[in-house]
Design a protein around this ligand. Structure first.
Ligand code: AP5
Length: 223
């Protein structure tokens, strides 16, 4: 494992609970370090939207707040990693989130150095963030009615489209996603904890504060 610096091929894994800010931080870090952002949630939602066989298989799990089968995720991630250009690093946002996925990734990543960022946020904050999330169906921009609202209620600042609430951001599904996180994904944190490139980040501040902590963790800022 090593420090995540611009210019060397690398794999950055973002771990954290639903609503922990993985997507928000992944976009910022990808921009900062010139990495490809691979969000398994975004990839799956796109498959669902397009009605592909993978999307048809994934939909029922996603709407219930359950994990999509490991085999399908393994195939998606392997194909995306193989498609990266030579020397191109990437951020995995939302993968791995079960022990079989973590072991599978170890088997396919070769010698690429790993940086693992585990974003920790108290559960009551997560519920508020998830319930308040809205996204633009056209340009994908993400808002939060509590923390980063659009200028005009329910309208995207950039393209004016009507904002949407994710189907899995309904209260009951949020509770199930948090349960699945505690039960199945939390052990992945223990899988990586203790390795040299593993860092814990306090994700409870605002997005800019969390990004400062992320940058410190990956060695972009002095601590
Ligand atoms: P996925 O889309 O990955 O959902 P998730 O892990 O539940 O994470 P979220 O996208 O809800 O939250 P986030 O941590 O990215 O937070 P965000 O930055 O958006 O997966 C969806 C589903 O796909 C899964 O349930 C599963 O079914 C399936 N799936 C995906 N990967 C899989 C895998 N590997 N294996 C099996 N199944 C898989 O922020 C959330 C909100 O908070 C936003 O409104 C944002 O603006 C706001 N916010 C962010 N940071 C802050 C901050 N610091 N302060 C205030 N507000 C903030």
């Amino acid at each position: 494992m090593g420090k995540a610096t611009r210019g060397e091929p690398q794999l950055v894994i973002l771990l954290g609970p639903p609503g922990g800010g993985k997507g928000t931080q992944a976009k910022l870090l990808a921009e900062e370090l010139g990495l490809v952002h691979l969000s398994t949630g975004d990839i799956l939602r796109d498959e669902v939207r397009r009605g592909t066989p993978a999307g048809i298989q994934a939909r029922v799990y996603m709407e219930a707040g359950e994990l999509v089968p490991d085999e399908l995720l393994g195939r998606i991630v392997r194909e995306r990693l193989e498609a990266l250009g030579p020397g191109q690093g990437c951020i995995l946002d939302g993968y791995p989130r079960s022990l079989p996925q973590a072991r599978y990734l170890e088997g396919i990543r070769g010698g690429t150095p790993l940086t693992v960022l585990n974003i920790e946020v108290p559960e009551e904050v997560l519920v508020q963030r998830l319930a308040g999330r809205r996204s633009c169906p056209v340009c994908g921009k993400v808002y939060n009615v509590h923390f980063s609202p659009p200028r005009v209620a329910e309208r995207c600042d950039d393209c004016g489209s009507e904002l949407q609430r994710r189907k899995d951001d309904q209260d009951e599904v949020i509770r199930e996603r948090l349960r699945v996180y505690r039960e199945t994904t939390r052990p992945v944190v223990d899988f990586y904890r203790g390795l040299p490139g593993y860092h814990e980040v306090d994700g409870s501040g605002d997005a800019a504060q969390v990004f400062e902590a992320v940058k410190r963790a990956v060695g972009i800022l002095a601590s």
